[in-house]
Design a protein around this ligand. Structure first.
Ligand code: SAM
Length: 308
C-alpha cells in the first residue's frame, strides 16, 4: 500500500545521516569511532559543503545536549526520538557524560534489523538482547511508532522512564515526516509528562523559497512523505509549534548562525580539511536547516539559557 511504501522510504532515511557522518568522520571533520559499526563502508565522496553542514549539525546539537547534561550533573534522561543509527550514547559514555538513562526510539524494524545488529557487532552482550528492544541500566532502545503516543508512552514507562528527572528529548530530521497534528501530539505529550525538560529539534527551515522547494522535490522523489513540511516555513513556525503545545520557552537559529557561533579554532581546523569552492552553496544549505530548542524548567536548571 501507499502508506507502507511511504513508511519504508522514511525508515530508509536512517542510512543517509549515517553514511554522510561516516564519510565526514573518515575525513577528520570530527571523531566518531562507533559509526563504522552502523555504516559498513565509507561510501562515495560527499561534497565539502555537505560535510561542513553535518559538522555544524553535530557540533550544534551536541552543544545543547551536553550543556543540559552538565547542568543537571548527569542526573537526567535523554530520549532520542527517531534515533536511527545515531551513536551519541557511545560518545557520552566516552566523555563521562552519560545521563542516568539514555533512550532511543525508532520504528521496530529499524531497531531490530539495523540498530541492534550494529550494536551486537560493537560489543558482546552485557545487555539483555531480544529482537524488539534493548534494555540495560543505562541504555534502552525501543521499537515504536512515534505517531502512536499511547503505545510510545506505555513502552517508555515499561522501561522505567522517570517523569520526575530532568529530560532532554532530541529529534533530528524526524518530525518533518509526520503530519503537523502527529508531531504536535508528540510535543504536547512530552510537555505534559515532564516538568523540567528541553526538546531539541533539528530540521529543515525556510522551505518556501526556490532552494527549499528543490530540497522538498528531492525528498519527495524518494517517496518520503514530507507531511510536516509546512511547519518548516520559518524560524517562527518552528518555535510556535512548541509554544502552542505547552512548552514555556522556545528559541531557534538557522544553521548559518549556528556555524558562526561554534568555537572558531575548531572551525578553522575543519575548514582546512577540504577546499570549498562553492561558498554560496554552503550558505544556502545552512540557511535551510535550523536547530530549535524549547524548554520547561520547574527545577530552575537554567536550561533555556544554555545557548546564550
Ligand atoms: N535522528 C537520526 C540521525 O540524525 O542520525 C536519524 C534521522 S533519519 C533522517 C529519520 C529517522 O526517523 C529514521 O530512522 C526513521 O525510521 C525515524 N522515524 C521517522 N518517523 C518515525 C515514526 N513515526 N516512528 C518512529 N521512527 C520514525
Amino acid at each position: 500500500t501507499y502508506m507502507d511504501t511511504a513508511d519504508e522510504a522514511v525508515r530508509a532515511t536512517c542510512d543517509d545521516a549515517t553514511i554522510c557522518k561516516r564519510f565526514a568522520t573518515s575525513k577528520g571533520y570530527w571523531k566518531d569511532p562507533y559509526i563504522q559499526y552502523f555504516a559498513r563502508s565509507v561510501g562515495e565522496r560527499k561534497a565539502p559543503e555537505i560535510n561542513r553542514g553535518y559538522y555544524a549539525r553535530v557540533k550544534g546539537v551536541n552543544h545543547l545536549l551536553d550543556a543540559f547534561i552538565r547542568n543537571s550533573e548527569c542526573n537526567c534522561q535523554v530520549i532520542n526520538l527517531g534515533a536511527g543509527l545515531d551513536t551519541t550514547f557511545w560518545r557520552l559514555k566516552d566523555e563521562n557524560l552519560l545521563p542516568k538513562k539514555f533512550f532511543e526510539v525508532d520504528f521496530p524494524t529499524v531497531v531490530a534489523l539495523r540498530k541492534l545488529k550494529g550494536i551486537s557487532c560493537l560489543m558482546c552482550a552485557c545487555f539483555l538482547l531480544d529482537t524488539q528492544s534493548l534494555d540495560s541500566d543505562r541504555y534502552c532502545i525501543i521499537g515504536a511508532d512515534l505517531r502512536d503516543i499511547s503505545a510510545l508512552d506505555e513502552k517508555l514507562k515499561k522501561f522505567h522512564l522517570n517523569p520526575d528527572l530532568p529530560t532532554v528529548l532530541l529529534s533530528e530530521c524526524v518530525l518533518v515526516y509526520m503530519t503537523p497534528s502527529q508531531s504536535s501530539n508528540l510535543l504536547r505529550w512530552a510537555a505534559e509528562i515532564f516538568h523540567t525538560a528541553m526538546f531539541i529539534n533539528y530540521e529543515q527551515v525556510n522551505m518556501s523559497d526556490r532552494f527549499g522547494q528543490v530540497m522538498i522535490e528531492n525528498l519527495l522523489r524518494r517517496q518520503c512523505s514530507l507531511a510536516g513540511a509546512e511547519l518548516c516555513q520559518s524560524l517562527d513556525t518552528q518555535k510556535e509549534r512548541f509554544l502552542k503545545t505547552g512548552w514555556e520557552h522556545a528559541d531557534a537559529l538557522d544553521m548559518m548562525t549556528v556555524y558562526s557561533m561554534l568555537p572558531q579554532d575548531d572551525v578553522a581546523r575543519m575548514e582546512c580539511l577540504e577546499f570549498l569552492d562553492e561558498k554560496e552553496l554552503l550558505q544556502q544549505l545552512l540557511q535551510h536547516y535550523n536547530i530549535c530548542w524549547a524548554s520547561k524548567d520547574k527545577l530552575n536548571l537554567g536550561n533555556s539559557a544554555v545557548c546564550k
